[in-house]
Ligand binder design. Structure first.
Ligand SMILES: CCC(=O)SCCNC(=O)CCNC(=O)[C@H](O)C(C)(C)COP(=O)(O)OP(=O)(O)OC[C@H]1O[C@@H](n2cnc3c(N)ncnc32)[C@H](O)[C@@H]1OP(=O)(O)O
Ligand SMILES: O=CC(=O)O
Ligand SMILES: [Mg+2]
Length: 362
C-alpha cells in the first residue's frame, strides 16, 4: 500500500498532479454510443449540451471485428467535436482483452486533453486500478497533459463487489463506480437473462389467511410484491463511494421500450444516493435527466427547512414534522445539487427560480 504522504504525488515524472477532490460535475446520464456505428456517431455533435456525459464505448456491444474502427472513430470524434459543457468519457476494453492496452496508448495521446474519464470494466480489485493509474500517468506525461484523466470502475464481478472499498480508495483518480448488472449476474451465476431491472420471480408473498379451524389457507389469493434484485449491491456501492468521496451510478437498463420500469429503477438508485445512470438509447436521456434532478417540490421543501433552521442547529416544527440538524443536512444535499444542475440546465434553473417568486406559505 502507498504511504498516505505519497498518495497525491504523480506516478510518473511530468504527469499532472492528481486531484485532491473529485470535481462535482453533473452526470445524470452517461450516454453510450458506439463510435464504429456511423448512424450513432453522426448524432454525437447534436447531442452535445443535451446530455451531461457522452461516452464512446469500445467494450461490450461493439463487435469484435469493429474494435479498431470504434477506437479510431472515437479519436476522430474527440478531435473534431467541440464538447462544450458536456463531458467526454470512454469505456475501454477489459484489461485482460487484446485491445485494452492499445485503447489507452491510442486515446491518451490523441484526445487525452478532451477525455474527462476512462471507464474500466470488470474491475476485480485495487490491482486493476493501480495498473491503469500508473499507465495513465506515463501516457499523460508523454502527451504533456495538464490535468489528470479520472477513472471510473464498473462493479460487475463478484470479486469486484467483495473488494468494493479498496477499489474506491485505490487512487486519487477514482471518480466513481457504476453497477454492471448484466455481467455481475453472469459472474454470480444468478438465474436471470435480463440487462438490469427487476424479475417477476424475485418476490415475497403475503402470509396465508387462516381458515376457521386455524389452518393456513396456502391456496388462497395472496398478494405478491416484486423485490429489487439490485438493492444490496447498489447500497454497498453507494456506501463505498460516499466513504471515499467519489460518485455512484446505476448502470444499464436493457428494456429500451419499458420506459416506466426504467424510470422506477433509475429513481430507486437516485433515492439510495446514486448521482446518475447510463443511457443506452436517446430516449433514456430524458428519463435520467428528469429522475436525477431533484423535483421542484423537494427543492421548495428543502429551502423552507434551510430557512426555518436558521443557524442550522436545534429543532423546529414544519408542517407538523420535526426538522433538525440531520434533516437540514439532507435538505442541503438537495439544494447543492439543484444549484449545480441549474448552472448547466437553463430549464431547470427557471423551475427552481420560480419557487422564489411563489407567494409565502405556498
Ligand atoms: C449490458 C451491458 C452493457 O455493457 S450495456 C452498454 C453497452 N451497450 C450499448 O452501448 C448499447 C447502445 N445502444 C444501442 O446499441 C442501440 O440503442 C440499440 C439498443 C441496439 C437499439 O438501436 P436501434 O435498433 O437502432 O434503435 P432505434 O431504431 O430506436 O434508434 C433510433 C435512432 O437512434 C439511433 N441510436 C440508437 N441508439 C443510439 C445511441 N445509443 N446513441 C446515439 N444514437 C442512437 C439509431 O441509430 C437510430 O438512428 P436513425 O434514426 O436510424 O438515424
Ligand atoms: O457493463 C455493464 C453490465 O451490466 O455488464
Ligand atoms: Mg458489462
Amino acid at each position: 500500500m502507498r504511504s498516505a504522504k505519497d498518495f497525491f504525488a504523480p506516478l510518473a515524472v511530468g504527469a499532472p498532479a492528481p486531484v485532491r477532490e473529485v470535481p462535482a460535475r453533473p452526470s445524470r446520464a452517461i450516454h453510450f454510443f458506439d463510435p464504429s456505428n456511423p448512424k450513432m456517431a453522426a448524432k454525437v455533435p447534436a447531442m452535445v449540451g443535451t446530455v451531461d456525459v457522452l461516452l464512446g464505448n469500445l467494450e461490450d456491444a461493439v463487435k469484435a471485428d469493429k474494435k479498431i474502427e470504434a477506437r479510431e472513430g472515437l479519436v476522430r470524434i474527440g478531435q473534431e467535436v467541440d464538447f462544450g459543457p458536456t463531458q467526454l468519457w470512454t469505456r475501454i476494453n477489459s484489461l485482460d482483452s487484446p485491445w485494452a492496452l492499445d485503447d489507452l496508448t491510442t486515446l491518451v495521446p490523441a484526445i487525452g486533453h478532451k477525455l474527462d474519464v476512462v471507464m474500466v470494466p470488470k474491475v476485480q480489485g485495487a490491482e486493476d486500478i493501480h495498473y491503469v493509474d500508473r499507465l495513465l500517468a506515463q501516457l499523460e506525461a508523454k502527451a504533456g497533459l495538464e490535468r489528470p484523466i479520472l477513472v471510473h470502475a464498473i462493479l460487475e464481478t463478484a470479486r469486484g463487489v467483495a473488494n468494493v472499498e479498496e477499489i474506491c480508495g485505490a487512487s486519487p483518480r477514482m471518480q466513481g463506480l457504476s453497477l454492471g448488472p448484466a455481467d455481475l449476474a453472469a459472474d454470480r451465476r444468478m438465474k436471470t437473462t435480463r440487462v438490469g431491472g427487476g424479475h417477476p420471480g424475485y418476490l415475497v408473498r403475503q402470509d396465508p389467511p387462516k381458515g376457521e379451524d386455524g389452518t393456513a389457507q396456502i391456496e388462497a389469493q395472496r398478494a405478491t410484491y416484486q423485490q429489487d434484485l439490485w438493492h444490496y449491491t447498489v447500497a454497498r456501492m453507494v456506501d463505498a463511494c460516499a466513504a471515499h468521496g467519489i460518485y455512484p451510478y446505476y448502470g444499464p437498463f436493457g428494456d429500451i421500450t419499458d420506459v416506466v420500469a426504467c424510470e422506477d429503477q433509475f429513481r430507486n438508485a437516485f433515492l439510495l444516493g446514486c448521482v446518475g445512470t447510463w443511457s443506452l438509447h436517446p430516449k433514456q436521456i430524458a428519463i435520467a435527466n428528469r429522475v436525477f434532478s431533484p423535483s421542484v417540490e423537494d427543492i421548495r421543501h428543502a429551502r423552507r427547512v434551510v430557512a426555518a433552521m436558521g443557524d442550522g442547529t436545534g429543532a423546529v416544527m414544519l408542517d407538523g414534522k420535526m426538522e433538525d440538524d440531520a434533516s437540514l443536512k439532507q435538505c442541503l444535499v438537495m439544494v447543492d445539487l439543484a444549484e449545480q444542475l441549474a448552472a448547466i440546465d437553463p430549464e431547470l434553473k427557471k423551475q427552481y427560480d420560480a419557487i422564489d417568486a411563489e407567494p409565502q406559505g405556498a
